[in-house]
Design a protein around this ligand. Structure first.
Ligand code: FES
Length: 162
């Protein structure tokens, strides 16, 4: 799961209008438009559905129906994904304790999402950073020599910038 930095509502709408313009002369473009919007914005915000519906001469209910039919489409921003390495080297350096700390800090189980929807916690098995265990990935960025304190700081910093 890739996290996209949240766009402001105005920027999201501007992005959607660009997408709609790109598909203006194509027949039956609802699905490709929804894919493009999700790729560009990170999800399909509720406030752009009327624009999509109007551009395609569809009802809002029809657009909502398609969005909710396909599980691929998100109507909320995706959570940031934290993957804690559980392979041998990281285990030897305390990754299970780190994982327990992460579960408690985020208030969710492994494969779960924090109550505020901001983070999803997943396992991963070796990031090639064994010499700097324990390691984790936040989205696609590796972080090595992780401690509970550094984990808390990383989560706090991520919350500040998103
Ligand atoms: S075992 Fe965790 S990075 Fe290799």
């Amino acid at each position: 799961m890739i996290a996209v930095a949240s766009l402001s509502p105005a920027d999201a709408l501007a992005t959607v209008l660009t997408v709609l313009e790109r598909w203006a002369d194509e027949p039956g473009p609802l699905l490709p438009i929804l894919h493009d919007v999700q790729e560009a914005v990170g999800y399909i915000p509720a406030h752009v559905v009327p624009n999509i519906a109007d551009a395609l001469n569809l009802s809002r209910a029809e657009v909502h129906g398609v969005i909710s039919y396909y599980h691929h489409f998100r109507t909320e921003p995706a959570a940031r994904v934290i993957q804690i390495c559980r392979a041998e080297s990281c285990q030897a350096m305390g990754s299970e304790a780190l994982l327990a700390h992460a579960r408690q800090h985020l208030g969710c189980a492994l494969h779960g999402t924090s109550k505020d929807g901001a983070f999803t916690l997943e396992p991963i098995y070796c990031l090639g950073l064994c010499a700097s265990s324990p390691a984790l990935m936040l989205d696609d960025e590796p972080h090595a020599r992780m401690t509970p304190e550094r984990f808390d700081a990383l989560v706090a910093q991520t919350r500040r910038v998103t």
